[in-house]
Design a protein around this ligand. Structure first.
Ligand SMILES: [Ca+2]
Ligand SMILES: [Ca+2]
Ligand SMILES: [Ca+2]
Length: 95
């Protein structure tokens, strides 16, 4: 019997406070019609604890920051979507 090796995923998966994805804010900061900032609450307490940024304007997340203790300071920063890719929806806020 052969065993499949435990494969590690390429992209980092961030640990968040909860499993929900309640987007408190989406913003288009460079006005190209694509969202480039996502502010997310993952545990349903109404406070943002996940922040995602598209820095090159291709609509995909390039940086994910997690604020596990919700003190306003990011506790973990990873490349990519951090395992929580946002839905491709139009931004709610035009900056
Ligand atoms: Ca929260
Ligand atoms: Ca991007
Ligand atoms: Ca923090």
């Amino acid at each position: 019997m052969s065993q499949a090796p435990e494969s590690v995923t390429d992209s980092e998966i961030v640990e968040t406070r909860g499993d929900e994805r309640v987007e408190l804010l989406r913003a288009d900061t460079n006005n190209d019609g694509k969202t480039d900032v996502w502010v997310v609450d993952t545990d349903g307490d109404g406070k943002a604890d996940l922040f995602q940024f598209d820095t090159d304007g291709d609509g995909k997340v390039d940086i994910t920051m997690v604020d596990i203790d919700e003190d306003g300071q990011p506790d973990e920063v990873v490349d990519g979507d951090g395992g929580l890719p946002p839905e491709q929806l139009p931004p709610t806020v035009q900056v």
